[in-house]
Design a protein around this ligand. Structure first.
Ligand SMILES: Nc1ncnc2c1ncn2[C@@H]1O[C@H](COP(=O)(O)OP(=O)(O)OP(=O)(O)O)[C@@H](O)[C@H]1O
Ligand SMILES: [Mg+2]
Ligand SMILES: [Zn+2]
Length: 514
């Protein structure tokens, strides 16, 4: 292949107008160039691959072009061409990471004294400036305090918080932002047209999501894909080549949660692990999936969601089967357990337990946070206390006891117990007796207990003629003797962690989830 240029290089913007996404920065810089209000030092901060270095070079060109300062540098003069090919003697690109010491900055301070050879300005672009040592920053500060008129600094950094305030305050600062998925898709579509690349919409979405805001990364992925796929790219290619986890996996897992089927969930997890996905990526993707379901449920404008048009219907369909409260609980449990699940050496076992917990909590009993060894919560026999309370009330307060019987109780977590009801009337009735109930638990447990009251309201369907799409479901009791996967998971976990608490929380009576 002769002169093959990778896409990010080939499509590197050469004027401010060609920069995408960063409109606020373009406007301010254009105004500054046109009105000749040029600062001595600029700081370009922002995540990777969003145009910092590119903009720095364009600014240098706009200021130094032989045909005069302009927002449309000619691109033809020797200066423009040298800057484009990084060969200019007056526009020096310095990598902060490999020139981070005091000696390099001293050398730079000596050099700034010399006039530029053929341009109005001597421009120093220091990339990853946050990597400089403290001494180097101090030396730099001296120059920044009294910069020669012909010198301009452009600092670029992905970590502005690591740049000392004394430096920051002497710079005009610009914050570059991540590109949204739809903006990345627009840019890739534009490039694909020019390159005659035939790509499907869902493939574009998958790349756009994966790029996480970095335009360069998106272009590099497209480049890699087109080489492998001969200019015809489909979703499957993106998933295979980039190891992107298919959205179908998340939909599938969620369907099983909705169906309340423990056995299938455990089998599904086994499949996920046998395919060899990156578990951390899977876990993060799952949280994102539930977030999207929640946003769809709350009817957030679809344009701001990073969902491909072909997936929108699927999200709407699945969101209908879950309540806002259930989604909240699921997301809470997944987020609460993120640290421990990502750190564990046994992600599969913990994820199995967590999934059973999710099931349990979705249908009544808000789940506990898995705890590591050094964080054990005292084992609690809340269920027995709960049964006592109900039988005590059966004689004293038969009405109250009737309402209590419909509820599910959680374990004691940080001094809190949650009682969940299937309907609001029961909840309101029992909640009016909050003091009595809290007093009971406080006395029995021997320290202050706060009780939270929850209920799951029935889903309102969008169309009033439709039946409610979801009502509270009982989870099927689980027989751990019959289900080898689960009993193995539990045994493994019991021996590998201090799991008494988790075990009791999941299987209060030793064998079934309720
Ligand atoms: N805002 C943008 N508009 C158009 N293209 C962009 C933009 N940002 C990045 N690109 C594409 O990505 C390539 C690399 O961008 P650039 O080197 O300027 O990013 P950066 O912010 O300096 O990244 P890093 O922090 O990794 O150094 C460009 O050549 C271009 O193809
Ligand atoms: Mg850069
Ligand atoms: Zn020029």
């Amino acid at each position: 292949m002769k002169n093959y240029q990778v896409l990010p290089l080939k499509y590197r913007p050469q004027t401010l107008d060609e920069i995408w996404v960063q409109d606020h920065i373009k406007t301010t810089l254009k105004r500054a160039i046109e009105s000749n209000r040029i600062a001595h030092a600029y700081l370009f901060a922002g995540p990777r691959g969003v145009g910092k270095t590119t903009t720095a070079r364009i600014l240098a060109k706009s200021l130094n072009c032989v045909k005069g300062q302009s927002i449309q540098p000619c691109q033809e003069c020797s200066v423009c061409q040298e800057i484009t090919s990084s060969a200019s003697l007056d526009v020096l690109e310095i990598d902060g990471a490999s020139n981070r010491g005091i000696d390099q900055v001293r050398e730079l301070r000596e050099n700034v004294k010399f006039m530029p050879t053929s341009c109005p300005y001597k421009i120093y672009i220091i990339d990853e400036v946050h990597m400089l040592t403290n001494e180097a920053f101090n030396a730099l500060l001296k120059t920044l305090e009294e910069p020669p008129n012909h010198v301009i600094f452009i600092f670029a950094t992905t970590a502005p918080q690591k740049v000392p305030a004394t430096i920051l305050s002497r710079c005009q600062r610009f914050y570059f932002r991540k590109a949204r998925v739809d903006e990345i898709i627009q840019r890739l579509t534009w490039i694909c047209k020019k390159e005659n690349i035939d790509i499907t919409e869902d493939a574009l979405y998958a790349i756009g999501k994966r790029a996480d805001g970095a335009i360069r990364d998106a272009e590099s992925m497209l480049d890699q894909l087109r080489v492998f796929q001969n200019n015809r790219i489909e979703l499957k290619d993106v998933e295979d080549l980039l190891g992107v986890i298919s959205q179908e996996i998340f939909f599938g897992y969620t369907e099983l949660l909705i169906a309340g089927d423990q056995k299938q969930i455990i089998e599904f997890i086994d499949k996920i692990f046998s395919v060899g996905y990156d578990f951390i990526e899977f876990y993060t993707g799952l949280l994102e999936h539930f977030r999207l379901l929640q946003l769809v449920k709350l009817d957030i404008n679809k344009n701001v969601l990073s969902i491909s048009p072909s997936d929108i219907k699927k999200y709407e369909g699945q969101a209908k089967k879950l309540t806002v409260e259930q989604l909240m609980i699921i997301m809470q449990i997944i987020a609460d357990n993120e640290e421990i699940v990502k750190r564990t050496l046994e992600p599969k076992i913990l994820f199995e337990i967590l999934s059973l917990n999710l099931l349990n909590s979705m249908f009544g009993n808000p789940g506990p946070v898995l705890k590591g060894n050094n964080q054990t919560e005292e084992p609690s026999d809340i269920n027995a206390l709960w049964q006592n309370l109900i039988s005590e009330f059966t004689e004293k307060r038969p009405f109250l006891s009737n309402h209590l019987e419909t509820a599910v109780i959680s374990n004691l977590i940080d001094g809190n117990i949650t009682i969940t009801f299937k309907n609001k009337i029961d909840k309101d009735y029992v909640e009016s007796e909050r003091n009595e109930i809290e007093r009971y638990f406080t006395n029995q447990i021997g320290k202050p207990v706060k009780v939270n009251f929850l209920y799951f309201k029935e889903e309102k369907s969008y169309n009033t003629s439709e039946k409610p799409t979801m009502t509270i479901k009982e989870t099927k009791p689980i027989d751990t003797k019959q289900n080898n996967d689960i009993s193995k998971a539990i045994n493994d976990l019991k021996t590998s962690l201090d799991t008494d608490t988790i075990f009791k929380q999941n299987f209060p009576d030793g064998k079934k989830i309720k």
